[in-house]
Design a binder for this molecule. Structure first.
Ligand SMILES: [Mn+2]
Length: 362
């Protein structure tokens, strides 16, 4: 298991590679070409330049998060084949640059959804939070505008202003797409890209829907153990794999995270490990907020999650996920330096203890 940190690139991130390099035990970054749009080909030159920049800082690219999938591919529009051809070209260029892990998601219209980007906790830190009652009262158009106001001038992944400006037409695009159609379109996409993934040994790792249920009536398919196993079986190739995100699957309290990790043995290629705190589990007022990574700060057993990853032989990159905003830092919500560095250090501590107390020598 390799400890990594997500990095959005020097133009977009408040955190520098130099800072990441100084977090004990962090050897790689998970990055992206943040200024590309879904459907566009990533040039080998641009990928190479990014790689050189990361390596000059004493780190390496452990994987890409994300190469985004276009709406045409998700809804199965006629132009999807062109977008898939472009996606294949991007994968080929990544493969030629010796990059072998690509995280992506298949969520319609919205990526991860929260109702607050800076809820204050008792210790004065702020966190991302979700309240179902708020979601139920919001018109998606107003929601996009309120998210934009709350993001402190930074651009949230998946919530880019140009994308949100056309949110109404996006909803129209998905009007006839139910869960079965979305699933079929995902399988079509994966089958088309498997040959290039096999050729360059690129592991595709789908990120779960966050939260792990339908929002605004849009279909969501990567939300449960049953759903993700259905996808693994539909395209039964190791290159069709999983980003195991504890904070996303864990939003749904019916998901047994440790059980899921064991059920997905061999297919998890990337892990996001973080904690959540649930305040109200009633259907009409479901409420959770993000927490420090430490088990006792939230409702997940982070030791059990890390141990399950280790016990199932997971060898890929792991990263702390959304952090709290602490010590006066101003950054993209969830993606400051300080709390994610604490998270990485804590996860590394758990891992050292797990390895040393196990019978194995790795
Ligand atoms: Mn995640």
């Amino acid at each position: 298991m390799e400890m990594t940190l997500r990095w959005y690139g020097s133009e977009f991130d408040t955190v520098t590679l130099k800072q990441i390099r100084q977090i004990p035990g962090v050897t790689g970054v998970i990055t992206t070409l943040y200024d590309t749009t879904p459907g566009e080909v990533w040039s080998q030159e641009a990928i190479h330049a990014l790689k050189e920049e990361v390596e000059a800082a004493g780190l390496h690219i452990a994987g890409i998060e994300s190469v985004n999938v276009s709406d045409a591919i998700k809804v199965g529009a006629p132009e999807r084949d062109q977008d898939i051809a472009n996606y294949i070209k991007t994968l080929e260029n990544l493969g030629k640059e010796d990059i072998h892990l690509v995280c992506y998601n298949f969520m319609p219209v919205f990526d991860w959804t929260r109702t607050e980007l800076a809820r204050e906790k008792a210790d004065g830190s702020t966190v991302l939070a979700y309240n179902q009652k708020t979601i139920d009262m919001i018109d998606p158009d107003d929601f996009a505008a309120s998210i934009e106001r709350m993001s402190h001038g930074t651009i949230l992944p998946g919530w880019e202003p140009e994308r949100m400006a056309k949110v109404k037409s996006l909803f129209d695009l998905y009007r006839d797409i139910d869960e079965d159609k979305l699933f079929a379109n995902l399988v079509y996409f994966l089958k088309a890209i498997m040959p290039v993934c096999q050729k360059y040994d690129i592991k595709m790792a789908i990120h779960p829907d966050d939260p792990a249920w339908s929002v605004f009536g849009l279909p969501r398919i990567i939300t449960t153990e049953e759903g993700i196993l259905r996808l693994m079986n539909a395209v039964d190739d190791v290159h069709n794999g999983v980003t195991f995100c504890s904070g996303s699957y864990g939003t749904n309290r019916n998901n047994d995270l440790v059980h899921m990790i064991h059920a997905l043995k061999g297919r998890i290629h990337f892990a996001h490990v973080r904690n959540l705190k649930f305040n109200d589990l009633s259907a009409e007022n479901y409420d959770f907020e993000e927490a420090a990574h430490l088990s006792r700060d939230g409702d997940f057993d982070l030791y059990a999650i890390m141990k399950a990853l280790y016990d199932t032989g997971f060898k890929g990159p792991v990263r702390p996920d959304h952090g709290r905003m602490i010590w006066g830092e101003e950054a993209m919500p969830g993606y400051g330096l300080y709390d994610r560095a604490l998270g990485a250090t804590y996860l590394n501590g758990l891992l050292e203890a797990i390895i040393k107390s196990s019978q194995r020598d790795d």
